[in-house]
Ligand binder design. Structure first.
Ligand code: SAM
Length: 294
């Protein structure tokens, strides 16, 4: 039986062919289960926890440990379950239709990894194909948390605008509530692969928005521009709104406020007001866009 870290390091060895050096774009090899090294000698250490940092320089990001732990708690509490079930059914149908036996799924901007982890777990009972998840995020804190929870997945600190992967590697690319780089998605997606992007709808966290931004332009939001940008880069095959209410107790309400960038520019006074509002019904509203390469 392997130790945790070794299981994950083995995943790198088994999948070494998907990697490409983020500096010189040549293929990578694995050395002694410890490092990924390219032909030019650029070397990236696999951390003991079993993730690799492929960033060229540390990224400045507003997403920190505390926020990711709150996000993880909310994810694991079932807040996103309907979306995750929908996405895993979609992936199972799509990979069955094309009879794909080795399903490779990239989550670009995976944060603390719960969505990818839960999607892969759900897929195990929906498909007989082999599954390999790969999660990347620019935040080391996010990837560190992910690597402690989901051992079968390959976790990388990386920039989605410079994906450290060879071309045409993935059957599915997920891009959930994160920025997109369509050029990189088109390059790394297989020709018959699909891109699943989740964007928030205008009523997402409406109850919070109403308190945090009452009377300001931020009280309302439209995802029209994001969808338009997607449609200029990928052919939309399907687009679906998923809207429901989720019950949240007061403790989780604090985590919900902490986990969302929505609260970043809110006044402290408004945040206190939101924490005290005592609502237990929060609107979840997402648009799921499914597309293929043009
Ligand atoms: C709102 S969070 C969503 C995280 C996760 N998908 C979720 O739904 O919980 C946005 C994520 O995008 C990541 N991100 C932002 N810019 C990025 C980039 N250039 N490359 C990779 N990840 C990026 C952030 O670090 C953050 O984890």
């Amino acid at each position: 039986m392997y130790q945790d870290g070794s299981v994950r390091k083995t995943k790198f060895k088994e999948n070494i062919k998907i990697f490409r050096c983020p500096i010189c774009e040549t293929k990578m090899n694995i050395y002694d289960f410890k490092d990924l090294i390219c032909k030019e000698g650029h070397c990236f250490n696999i951390a003991r926890k079993g993730y690799v940092n492929l960033l060229l320089k540390p990224a400045k990001t507003d997403y920190d440990n505390e926020m990711f732990y709150s996000r993880k708690r909310i994810c694991e509490g079932g807040f996103f379950d309907s979306i995750l079930e929908y996405i895993s059914n979609l992936i199972a149908d799509e990979t069955d239709k094309h009879n794909i036996k080795n399903i490779k799924i990239l989550d670009a901007g995976c944060g603390e990894g719960s969505h990818l982890g839960q999607i892969i777990n759900r897929l195990r009972s929906k498909t007989t194909g082999d599954l390999q998840g790969v999660g990347i995020d620019i935040s080391k804190d996010g990837i560190f948390i992910a690597s402690k929870s989901y051992f079968d997945i390959i976790w990388c600190v990386a920039d989605l605008a410079n994906l450290p992967f060879m071309s045409k590697q993935f059957d599915i690319i997920l891009n959930i509530l994160s920025p997109a780089n369509y050029e990189e998605f088109a390059r790394t997606l297989k020709d018959d692969g699909i891109l699943i992007k989740v964007v928030s709808g205008s009523n997402y966290l409406k109850e919070l928005r109403d308190v945090l931004y009452d009377g300001t332009s931020k009280q309302s939001y439209s995802n029209e521009k994001v969808i338009e940008h997607y449609s200029k880069n990928f052919t939309i095959l399907d687009m679906r709104d998923i809207v429901y209410n989720s019950r949240i107790d007061k403790e989780d309400l604090m985590h919900l406020i902490k986990m969302t960038p929505l609260s970043w520019s809110a006044a402290d006074e408004r945040i206190k007001q939101a924490i005290n509002m005592g609502t237990n019904n929060i609107t979840v509203d997402f648009t799921i866009i499914v597309g293929k390469k043009m």
